[in-house]
Design a protein around this ligand. Structure first.
Ligand SMILES: [Cu+2]
Length: 237
């Protein structure tokens, strides 16, 4: 019995050392003053959406904190040569991600999922919405009416794509951008500017940071047996 236990323990330890993976963490900073966000006046003029607000909501293209902490930046990994990582999606076994329509806006406005992962689109509003996707990468396009109180819509997409557009044809100010990856190695920076890409296997990678308005930056990194920090600074042109 003891022999069996030892053999079992040894097996566990070996498996652990082989499967060690590190996290890539970092902070995104914005320098310079971004353009002022625009009040969404048409929303306030809408007879159903307007009364949902006391003050006019604005666009939020630049999610930036007091010290330049830069949110809504999509950070992902490519291989050492800068080529997309393909065929590594775990989307089919990863929980669905929610895209809500609330206050006649999409929440969140920037999100990322894997190919094959379910995206749940909800209408939390007292009005009708129309979920209209357009793809530049050959993903299936959708154009679905969703009534107030209606059931969630569920979509999956099978091709990697940066910033695939969702819009509502009923409310022309409503946009969201969904990025699709063929691997689990991505994250979106939070309002604190921080991101974590978890469980990255050892190897050399290109870390790619994409902001919808400010474009793309890259850095190369080598992941061995401990966590790695990679920071990015975007500058307003
Ligand atoms: Cu709408």
């Amino acid at each position: 019995m003891k022999v069996f236990s030892l053999a079992f323990l040894t097996g566990v330890l070996t498996a652990t050392s082989i499967s060690y993976a590190a996290d890539i963490t970092g902070t995104i900073t914005l320098t310079g003053t971004p353009p002022a966000e625009v009040p969404i006046d048409p929303l306030m003029q809408d007879s159903t959406c307007g009364p949902l607000y006391d003050t006019t909501p604005t666009t939020h293209f630049y999610v930036v904190g007091k010290n330049g902490e830069f949110g809504d930046v999509v950070v992902s990994l490519k291989d050492a040569g800068g080529n997309a990582i393909t065929g590594k999606s775990t989307g089919a076994s990863t929980p669905a991600v929610l895209l809500d329509q609330k206050g006649c806006l999409y929440t969140p406005q920037i999100l990322a999922i894997q190919t094959g992962q379910k995206l749940t689109v909800r209408n939390s509003d007292p009005c009708i919405h129309n979920v209209h996707t357009t793809s530049k990468a050959g993903n299936t396009e959708h154009n679905d009416v969703q009534m107030s109180g209606g059931p969630d819509l569920t979509y999956t997409f099978d091709k990697p794509e940066m910033f695939m557009k969702f819009q509502c044809d009923v409310h022309p100010w409503m946009f969201a951008w969904v990025t699709l990856f063929d691997s689990p190695y991505y994250a979106i920076s939070g309002t604190d500017g921080k991101f974590v890409i978890k469980n990255v296997p050892p190897g050399k990678y290109t870390v790619v940071a994409d902001h919808r308005k400010l474009g793309e930056q890259t850095q190369t990194v080598e992941v061995a047996d401990k966590d790695v920090t990679v920071n990015f600074t975007f500058t307003v042109k």
